[in-house]
Design a protein around this ligand. Structure first.
Ligand SMILES: NC(=O)c1ccc[n+]([C@@H]2O[C@H](COP(=O)([O-])OP(=O)(O)OC[C@H]3O[C@@H](n4cnc5c(N)ncnc54)[C@H](O)[C@@H]3O)[C@@H](O)[C@H]2O)c1
Length: 438
């Protein structure tokens, strides 16, 4: 595979849906600061991580960014869509994630960045209103307008490659319906303004038709439909999602494998969060919360496999709550109370209080995904990128396999895929001595 790819020389256009939101502006401002040498990209595996190549005795641990032919940060050109006509500087200030000192480092650059008009439907995000919104008679026309935006941006900014990433608000829960079942039905649905076609689906459709990889950072269905899978396969475009794995789920997918590896039982897991940013306000609406809840609940079940270990995991109680609490802004507090049991059924408890910063955790994930999805496209990968499950709460997976939520397995899968891309041997961690005994 290695022979086909070289370090890209041109520019990568990064179009962000929800460009002026907390995650997006923290990602953009942070990347701008890092490339000016005024910040450290903490949390980004592509920028800070290393990868072992060869046997342990070779002691070869290059940085991932030196090992893989990724775009450099100063080759990224940002743009995107949002529902109000304000600059990314205004968006960054409103988000109240970064302090004034950090914003000032890149304020000039942020001030020049303005969103394109969004495709927005209040039915899908009840708590927001926007005045910078496209108008057309059909969803098909709106989708075509988005395609045009992508083409125009690419031409205006002389980009060689493009990526679209959804960092916009969580849309209300939409179950899969007939209209999502095939390319033909979806296209007909766009022409007929089918109510089950959300704005996020139109952005994704437009990206795919333009041959642009699409990443979904929120829990909405978006590309998690047979129609989108078929289109991505047909047009050979990579897709990845959904819902960035940041705070509480990061903790859950770390602790749950520990319980299972040690065969410890689970009686109950109660998770509650308080957060006060706009995302928290949107999630205060029951429709949007249901989308998030579905994304968060499936994680433990899939890791613990109660069907294989009924004595340990058959009857546990799992509850997830998100409470909007404005004083905390973007600084979420996530509590987990975990009731477990050990030898002969004796009960024990684990309590975790994670005082995290949502967008500070999400920004490096967005950066890694943008760079790795572009690499995926350049090496010829297409369809669902399961090797990027590491970054998501509800990883997209093909219908014939169960999703992989265990962060340790996800991490091995991610790094072995990086090795495979560069024609290096995957690492199995098998002891050399064991082979001699056979
Ligand atoms: N921060 C995290 O840790 C985290 C983790 C996982 C997922 N997410 C998801 O990422 C998304 C963004 O989170 P946030 O904290 O930045 O929220 P935010 O409310 O600060 O930003 C969302 C932005 O999207 C815009 N928007 C809404 N609908 C749009 C549309 N149809 N087109 C264009 N723009 C639109 C809003 O105007 C806003 O600027 C949410 O869906 C959230 O659930 C965040």
């Amino acid at each position: 595979m290695k022979q086909q790819i070289s370090k890209p020389q041109g520019k990568l256009g990064v179009l962000i849906v929800g460009m002026n939101g907390a995650v997006a502006t923290t990602f953009i401002a942070g990347t701008m600061a890092v490339r000016k040498g005024m910040g450290v990209p903490v949390g980004s595996l592509t920028q800070m991580g290393t990868i072992r190549i060869g046997r342990r005795i070779e002691n070869n641990f290059p940085k991932i960014k030196d090992f893989l032919p990724l775009y450099e940060l100063d080759q990224l050109v940002f743009g995107g869509w949002d529902i109000n006509d304000e600059s990314a500087l205004d968006g960054t200030k409103t988000a109240e994630v970064l302090n004034e000192k950090d914003i000032n480092k890149v304020a000039d650059e942020l001030a020049t960045l303005r969103p394109m008009k969004a495709v927005f439907d209040k039915e899908f995000v009840k708590k927001l209103d926007g005045n910078w919104v496209k108008k057309a008679n059909t969803k098909m026309e709106l989708m075509e307008m988005l395609r045009n935006d992508i083409r125009q941006f690419k031409a205006d900014n002389h980009c060689d490659d493009m990526i679209v990433i959804w960092c916009a608000s969580t849309e209300v829960y939409t179950p899969i319906q007939e209209v999502h079942s095939s390319i033909e039905k979806f296209e007909e649905g766009m022409r007929n303004n089918n109510l089950a076609i959300a704005p996020s689906m139109l952005y994704a459709w437009a990206a795919l038709l333009e041959g642009v990889p699409f990443i979904n950072g929120a829990p909405n269905l978006t590309i998690d439909t047979p129609a989108a899978f078929q289109l991505a396969e047909k047009l050979h475009v990579p897709i990845a999602g959904k819902d960035f794995k940041t705070g509480q789920t990061l903790v859950k997918t770390t602790i749950a494998p520990m319980l299972k590896m040690r065969m410890l039982g689970l009686e109950g897991w109660f998770s509650t969060n308080i957060l006060g940013n706009r995302d928290g306000e949107v999630l205060d609406d029951p429709g949007s919360f249901k989308t998030k809840e579905e994304s968060k609940l499936s994680v433990i079940e899939s890791i613990l496999q109660p069907e294989l270990y009924p004595e340990l995991y058959k009857n546990y109680y799992h509850k997830v709550r998100i409470n909007y609490y404005p004083p905390r802004k973007d600084n979420k507090e996530g509590w987990d109370n975990i009731d477990i049991f050990g030898w002969l059924g004796y009960p024990m408890q684990i309590k975790i209080d994670f005082l995290c910063r949502d967008s500070i955790l999400a920004a490096p994930i967005a950066l890694d995904l943008v760079l790795l999805m572009n690499l995926a496209q350049r090496v010829g990968f297409y369809g669902i990128q399961e090797w990027l499950s590491f970054y998501f709460k509800s990883p997209l997976h093909s219908p014939d396999v169960v999703p992989e939520h265990d962060i340790f397995i996800q991490h091995i899968k991610l790094k072995n895929t990086m090795r495979e891309i560069m024609d290096e041997e995957p690492i199995t961690h098998l002891d050399e001595k064991i082979k001699q005994f056979k």
